[in-house]
Design a protein around this ligand. Structure first.
Ligand code: HEM
Length: 243
């Protein structure tokens, strides 16, 4: 894992931060890396336990979250065949390698896939001073479903995030990966794996609702991640391959 390698280099005092603002990664989504991390150049004492803790933290923070997002996206695609068809057109017309695999660069260029899995840019806002030690809980789930920010919030509508409309989204009314400085370190990786999985599934299968699926989803709002109380039941119908 790159992060472990970077930490080992940092432990040895051999890590140089290079400005990667021109890097192709910056096209992955509107989300940008924390400025604080970008400016972080000072050497710190990193112990083996710290590296082990980061590795474990990444594992715990990265598995359930991304899996859950993929489940909800496939559910929405099954329930919204028009969106699924539009996504299929984009994914199936995108250039691929000769072995049929989608490339990293191609994935970055899939605009509609980004809208389906999307998040918008953040603007600069006045900061709020919070006393040290104050415990803060931000009701992200409710903010994302507040009609004052998102009209018809229960409708799955990727068009909210097309280039024109996403600019109207109020700063900090959308924060699936939290906001800096302690925002998700795995944002880019999570978006990449989710997009890759969705692009590959949608190319080969039609996602359909199973009879066992409960509508609307009854989501258990306990614990860190929210799960559908009676599971996620979907079917995958192989696409007809044109000969
Ligand atoms: C769709 C998938 C994901 C979502 C929605 C998500 C969301 C979040 C959120 C909201 C936070 C901030 C938590 C807080 O405020 O206390 C966070 C932190 C974090 N996430 Fe993710 N995450 C995802 C995937 C991942 C992946 C794949 C990794 C690693 C491979 C990862 C690594 C981390 C780490 C290390 C932190 C702690 C950052 C810090 O405390 O400075 N996440 N994530």
């Amino acid at each position: 894992m790159d992060i472990i390698y970077l930490l080992l280099e940092a432990q040895k005092g051999q890590l140089n931060y290079e400005d990667q603002s021109d890097n192709i990664d910056s096209e992955l989504s509107a989300v940008d890396e924390s400025d604080i991390i970008k400016k972080w150049k000072k050497k710190i004492d990193i112990k083996d336990d710290d590296i082990m803790g980061v590795g474990l933290g990444f594992f715990l923070a990265g598995c359930d979250t991304a899996t859950n997002v993929m489940s909800y996206i496939t559910h929405e695609l099954a329930a919204n065949p028009d969106v699924q068809n539009k996504l299929f057109k984009e994914v199936s017309s995108a250039p691929r390698r000769s072995d049929g695999k989608v490339t990293y660069e191609t994935l970055l260029k899939m605009k509609y896939l980004d809208m389906v899995v999307s998040e918008p840019e953040r603007e600069h806002e006045k900061s709020l001073h919070i006393e040290k030690g104050t415990q803060c809980l931000i009701p992200v789930f409710s903010i994302h479903r507040d009609p004052q920010y998102y009209p018809n919030p229960e409708t799955f509508d990727p068009e909210r995030f097309n280039n024109a409309t996403k600019r109207n989204i109020k700063a900090y009314s959308y924060m699936p990966f939290s906001v800096e400085p302690r925002s998700c370190m795995g944002t880019r990786f999570a978006l990449l794996e989710i997009k890759l999985a969705i692009a590959e599934i949608i190319k080969m299968f039609e996602i359909v609702i199973s009879d066992k699926m409960q509508f609307p989803l009854n989501i258990k709002k306990i614990g860190f991640s929210h799960y559908p109380a009676s599971g996620m039941w979907l079917g995958l119908k192989p696409k007809e391959v044109a000969s």
